[in-house]
Design a protein around this ligand. Sequence first.
Ligand SMILES: NC(=O)c1ccc[n+]([C@@H]2O[C@H](COP(=O)([O-])OP(=O)(O)OC[C@H]3O[C@@H](n4cnc5c(N)ncnc54)[C@H](O)[C@@H]3O)[C@@H](O)[C@H]2O)c1
Ligand SMILES: O=C(O)[C@H](O)COP(=O)(O)O
Length: 526
Amino acid sequence: MAKVLVSDPIDQAGIDILSQVATVDVKIGLTPEQFVQAIPEYDALMIRSGSRITKEIIEAGHQLKIIGRAGVGVDNVDVPAATRQGIVVVNSPEGNTIAAAEHAIAMMLALSRYIPDANASVKRGEWDRKTFVGAEVYKKTLGVVGLGKIGSHVATAAKAMGMKLLAYDPFISTERAEQLGCRLVEVDILLQEADYITLHIPKTPETTHLINAEALAKMKPNARIINCARGGIIDEAALAEALKAGKIAGAALDVFEEEPLKESPLRALGKEIILTPHLGASTTEAQVNVAIDVAEQIRDVLLGLPARSAVNIPGLSPDILEELRPYMQLAETLGNLVGQLAGGRVDLLNVKLQGELATNKSQPLVVAALKGLLSQALRERVNYVNASVEAKERGIRIIETRDAAIRDYAGSLHLSAKGSMGEHSVTGALLGDGEIRITNIDEFPINIPPSSHMLFTLHRDMPGIIGKLGSLLGSFNVNIASMQVGRKIVRGDAVMVLSLDDPLPDGILTEITKVAGIRDAYTVTL
Ligand SMILES: NC(=O)c1ccc[n+]([C@@H]2O[C@H](COP(=O)([O-])OP(=O)(O)OC[C@H]3O[C@@H](n4cnc5c(N)ncnc54)[C@H](O)[C@@H]3O)[C@@H](O)[C@H]2O)c1
Ligand SMILES: O=C(O)[C@H](O)COP(=O)(O)O
């Protein structure tokens, strides 16, 4: 039975799903060294933001097939290292959207009305109504940085409270911003005009310290900033300075440069700052959502099924995958076949998506073809996750073309590869019942299903050649399952494709090329 390590607190609903297919060990608070020691025996790992999954841990995970992040952010996982090792990384992109958005709104209101400090004061036995005179958000301007899932929900809620909305997000359209009632502006305008600023962007090299001393200096003295996205987007030292100097009115932070928050000048500040311990996703509803979402994906991957929210398999959205599923095996088989025909070291793979496959949605078929191409060299080490990285590292150039006009079949794939044994091409399609057909080899038309052991010859189309080859194979005790000849003109060049019941014995290829008329012969094992 597979083994899953759960290294952060997750809802029982997730554990129950995992337990259907695996032994589940919950070990919380592992040190990096304990992680490295524990991980080799596990097939899957389920985490939240409390575990930092480094390259060292990933490399020690010899059995690891999947890392599931019960939440959105995967910045605590070395995703490139996982990709390199063929480990799929999944998350729950929407399970905690509402929880995080509501936390941001709660922070904005709590900050405006000094609720945490007022509450603490009453609990201390005081009745101070002067210190906690707040500000209304009604008719104030909210600047939303990052108008994705959480930012959009915050914008909608803020609009309902009568706020004016600005948004900064270089990756969304003006129309989308307008739909949400936001005026899309450059970041400087947002910083200068907003009374409240809320951050809903990922932490990337571009967004690290986006809110630094310079940005804080552009903000209004009454401005308040909320970060429920990621620590490090705000420069905490600069923020503490700005608050101390009264350059801005307040800040509410749920996330920190280092978590848990250690010694920090932020702790010394008063009612102008609210700090919560990364609680954005901490609602019962969100925890059930993300635990189920990610546990189901781990279960599926352990059962050999695809994951619906893999962050390191490009283009594999569930609906696209569903549509392409029958063609993935075709692409993989053709990749494997053309790779063997072209020789061990392939420099160039050209993938042509034809007929109904000639759309951008078919990109995963290119990855599947690469997986097939690399499978001879890498065996089970290559998968949909690392095929592109492995190909790049091997210097394989990939050309992807599309031709919707080719309609011999509803959809077909044409692959050509240039390698140490020259350039070869293969075309394949699916029959109505989903069966794979090889329809062309080196531009010669044929029609044959792939089989485990195959023999391809390039020969002159002339009487007697098929008989001679049959007798030769017979003399080596090789049984022919089926045979096809493809030619363009009578008595011109031709290819012969044979499906064999048995693998070809060593040395027979040389004998085959000695048959008069046969110029070349290749064996393929699929
Ligand atoms: N505090 C919490 O517990 C908690 C919970 C959930 C999510 N989060 C964090 O909230 C953030 C947003 O999550 P989401 O689900 O809305 O993500 P999302 O991907 O739906 O939205 C992110 C938005 O940021 C925009 N963006 C990217 N780079 C940008 C840049 N340089 N400048 C401006 N905009 C940029 C993108 O275009 C996108 O629209 C993430 O960092 C996530 O990890 C935190
Ligand atoms: O990225 C996320 O989903 C949030 O930061 C929540 O993290 P958590 O699930 O570890 O609380």
